[in-house]
Design a protein around this ligand. Structure first.
Ligand code: AMP
Length: 300
């Protein structure tokens, strides 16, 4: 394996500096993950390696963003397989710090506040989740900064890669970077799905075969709305809600069509008038023990 594992901020900085000196040009990409990697993460890594000279993937299961301790404990940890997947995509460095490395003084007193954008949708069911997620993303964006000037003496360009799958997280990271002047370009990567349409997620492994089949209704409902948007038809989200509710193993939490930046509902105008412009259809549901989220960007 060419890929190298580093577990400390100092180690990451030193290795990043060494690689940037060795490689021509100068840009560094960061792919933040919680591990248990699948093809969705591989797509992020692929985007990053195609656009940067040096690529770092981080693997850190962040305690701050978990509500229940049991959920944190149960989160799958598969470091060896993750390293092999990232190595195959040409990632240079894996940064897998311990909780003590990231939070040496215990849980941080000062945190990033996600504000009203973090209180709705996923935030409504998972209080504090986005404050915890943004706090660690802020730290990871600092850790992942290019370690030294590039070979031309200039500062290396810096990009970080996030999945469209977590649309609210992506919107919040974009706002944090804009509002707090992080010197990084955020790149969104489209959602990777299995052949039947189910969005890949590390949590899918907790679904039984029957629950997995039932979960397909989420992407079916989204595709229904997407096809109407493409055809400039009224979106009629109520019919998509009815489709999801017809599946007894699926407990719908929310389904709505929102503005892709503010995540505010588009409201009545998308219900019975032909759809124009841009939107985002969001869904969250519990299938058996697993909470699933999915979304599809809409364009007329
Ligand atoms: P996670 O390890 O689940 O925290 O996810 C790490 C990154 O991978 C996030 O930016 C996710 O949005 C992204 N990601 C997770 N699943 C997918 C998927 N199916 N397609 C594209 N990106 C994904």
């Amino acid at each position: 394996m060419a890929i190298k594992l580093v577990t400390t901020a100092a180690g990451l900085r030193a290795e990043s500096a060494r690689l940037l000196r060795e490689k021509p040009g100068s840009s560094q990409g960061l792919v933040p993950t919680m591990g248990a990697l699948h093809e969705g993460h591989a797509a992020l890594a692929r985007h990053a390696t195609s656009q940067n000279d040096v690529v770092v993937a981080s693997i850190f299961v962040n305690p701050l963003q978990f509500g229940e301790a049991a959920d944190l404990e149960r989160y799958p940890r598969t470091l060896e397989a993750d390293m092999a997947l990232l190595d195959a995509e040409g990632v240079d460095l894996v940064f897998a710090p311990s909780v003590e490395e990231v939070y040496p003084a215990g849980p941080p007193l000062v945190r990033v506040t996600s504000g009203p954008l973090g209180d709705k949708w996923e935030g409504a069911s998972r209080p504090g989740h986005f404050d915890g997620a943004l706090t660690v993303v802020a730290k990871l964006l600092h850790y992942g900064q290019p370690g030294a000037p590039g070979s031309d003496g200039g500062t290396a360009a810096y990009r970080a890669y996030f999945g469209q799958k977590d649309a609210q997280q992506l919107a919040l990271v974009r706002r944090m970077v804009q509002d707090l002047n992080f010197p990084v370009e955020i790149v969104a990567v489209p959602t990777v799905r299995d052949e039947e349409g189910l969005a890949l997620s590390s949590r899918n492994r907790f679904l039984s075969a029957e629950e997995r089949d039932a979960a397909l209704v989420l992407s079916r409902a989204l595709r229904l709305i997407e096809s109407r948007a493409l055809a400039h038809e009224p979106l009629d989200p109520d019919s998509a809600v009815a489709l999801v509710k017809s599946q007894p193993l699926v407990q719908l939490d929310y389904f709505d069509v929102v503005d892709p930046v503010t995540l505010e509902p588009l409201g009545e105008n998308c219900r019975d008038t032909p759809f124009r412009g841009e939107g985002l259809a969001l869904i969250a549901a519990k299938v058996g023990p697993v909470r699933l989220i999915d979304n599809v960007p809409l364009k007329s």
